[in-house]
Design a protein around this ligand. Sequence first.
Ligand code: CUA
Length: 176
Amino acid sequence: MFRLDWPKLEALWMKVSLGTMATFLVTIGVMAFGMDLHTADGRQTIDPTRVDETPPFDRPGLYRIGPDAYRAVVVARVFTFNPDHLVLPAGARIEFVMTSADVIHGVSIPGTNVNLMLIPGQVTTYATTFKRPGEYLLLCNEYCGIGHHLMMGRWTVVAEGGEPAWSASSTAPAGR
Ligand code: CUA
């Protein structure tokens, strides 16, 4: 009569389980330390109900912070980014400081590795230097409601030394 070797099967199953867990841990380790992917660090928090009064978010826009460095202050709320269009000079260091005034939004730029989460109550910062001029489309990639698919922005990178600018096409509500 055919008999299953239960101890052997159980040992095999334990090996598979442990192997799966080890794979997950290695994956997380590689992503966190090798690819520098991490969550918003939460070191900087903000009262999400007072975003419009809290610096720097009381004045969204693009500001020069050094000879070749700019800070972009962006507020996300259903279903806009404010400002939703930034003109950024190539070669300059751009520091993005972003938050959400309502629900979780995201910023992803197709074709790049930019993928940020904007969490109410937390300040997301991201610094980069664009090497070449071009047009970047920002998409909200966290489902945030009925207008989620309409929530987008544009970053135009102009030639080195070009004139930075910003605009908000849709006037975001000042209060809620
Ligand atoms: Cu904002 Cu989806």
